[in-house]
Design a binder for this molecule. Structure first.
Ligand code: AOS
Ligand code: ZN
Ligand code: ZN
Ligand code: ZN
Length: 424
């Protein structure tokens, strides 16, 4: 369901006077302001198909209404988000949850909505109904070659689906690992996993990237075969130039310095992209920026600094994706909040006076270093983000417009009883 253009215009009209008042002070530095607007306009965050419906925990799931039941409906939802904020012009699919029956049709639907396909995700963390062998004891690490082959074959099929849609990357997240000491020979598990990844890598088209996502724990609780950025980097280095590490913010041990990890991966040319979310305890998959917005800002500070140093293109040289799960909020509202949080952190990072910071670091002026970062972080940049949206044709306040337009009620009316087609 897409909103009428007039609806957005009317929404903006009633807020325009106030918007002009709050955005005016930022225009004082005209050149920087215009540069930031341009960067924000190009910056697109991929929405994960699996986050468009209500998620759950192992204790239960409380489904919402009007949730998408097909890939077409998922695309519709992302189209709506993109129409509201003009920064959600991509979707990340999960196979087999999102197998397109007719890739050409899906492709033209996405094109009409201004949406491209970001990384396709494989799934060897569940057993599917028609699957010959079980992943109970892992997939690429499995002691049985036949299970490993099945997992390799699946990943190759995922690449094929991605090719048909115009995707350019594969994300491999493995739930492989062990729950108890002694269960696994770490070295052999690593080697088997590497061999599997090498076979998948060999099937990657020349212009594709492979993202190796790491996770410290869960579903295995003693060891994970891609458990941290060190292991992911090892795989990526051994695989070759098309392989990169993917950082999911919720996949670290408590208090990990994620921004430093990001900085060093960037330095090595091995940072592939992100699964943005927020957490207080573990892989909580909460709304981006809802728990620790300062950490998000510090990550973006490293990204801006590191990407500029390497001459990288902010919008296109990394995979910007969300990985979240919504248990108590309307998924679309939550995703609007997440994209907004990402843009706010990015904008604040763009405001950092890089030259002054570098000089202060050189002088060991620790207090000034902190002041310079916090000066940017404490700036309410929402008017800048809104201005970028306004110029791109989006809504000044996407969440409010979503609510005012009663979108969820309309979706509930014409979709089958909120039945969700994804595996979560
Ligand atoms: C799992 O914890 C990872 O974050 C993966 O990215 C996973 O594929 C995704 O959450 C979908 O279930
Ligand atoms: Zn993830
Ligand atoms: Zn996760
Ligand atoms: Zn997560």
């Amino acid at each position: 369901m897409l909103l009428e253009k007039d609806t957005i215009l009317a929404h903006n009209e009633t807020r325009m006077h106030r918007h002009h008042q709050v955005v005016a002070p930022f225009r004082d530095n005209f050149e920087k302001f215009e540069k930031i607007i341009e960067l924000l306009t190009r910056f697109q965050v991929a929405i994960p198909s699996w986050a468009l419906g209500t998620g759950g925990t192992r204790f239960g799931r409380f489904p919402g209404k009007g949730e998408p039941g097909s890939l077409e409906e998922k695309l519709e939802d992302v189209g709506l988000l993109h129409q509201l904020n003009c920064n959600s012009g991509a979707i990340s699919l999960h196979i087999p949850w999102d197998i397109p029956e007719s890739p050409d049709r899906i492709r033209s639907q996405a094109e009409a909505l201004g949406i491209r396909f970001d990384a396709v995700n494989s799934n060897t963390f569940q057993d599917q109904a028609d699957q010959a062998l079980s992943y109970k004891f892992g997939s690429l690490q499995h002691v049985d070659k036949a299970v490993r082959q099945q997992a390799i074959q699946h990943n190759i099929e995922v690449i094929e689906h991605g090719k048909a849609l115009g995707s350019k990357s594969l994300t491999v997240w493995l739930s492989d690992g062990s729950c108890f000491p002694g269960q696994l020979n770490f070295r052999k598990a690593f080697q088997r996993t590497l061999e599997g990844l090498q076979e998948i890598y060999a099937s990657l088209p020349a212009d594709w990237k492979m993202f190796v996502e790491y996770k410290a724990f869960e579903p295995n609780f003693y060891s994970m075969s891609v458990g941290d950025w060190g292991q992911s980097l090892l795989y990526a280095q051994k695989l070759g130039p098309k392989a990169f590490t993917l950082v999911d913010l919720g996949h670290h041990l408590p208090n990990a310095n994620i921004e430093q990890i990001v900085s060093l991966l960037l330095m090595e040319g091995k940072l592939g992209g992100f699964h943005f979310n927020d957490s207080k305890y573990g892989d909580d998959d909460l709304t981006v920026g809802s728990i620790n917005p300062y950490q998000l800002f510090l990550i973006f500070h490293e990204l801006v600094e590191g990407m500029n140093a390497r001459g990288m293109h902010h919008a296109t040289d990394l995979g910007w994706m969300i990985d979240a799960s919504h248990n108590v909020k309307d998924p679309l509202e939550d995703l609007l909040q997440s994209v907004e949080a990402i843009l706010i952190a990015y904008t604040q990072a763009l405001l950092v006076d890089a030259e002054a910071l570098s000089a202060a670091q050189q002088q060991n002026d620790v207090a000034l270093c902190q002041e310079l970062l916090q000066e940017a972080f404490r700036t309410d940049v929402r008017p800048i983000v809104a201005e970028a949206r306004l110029r791109a044709g989006g809504a000044l306040q996407p969440l409010q417009l979503y609510r005012e337009s009663n979108v969820r009620r309309a979706l509930t009316g014409h979709r089958r009883s909120g039945k969700l087609a994804t595996g979560l």
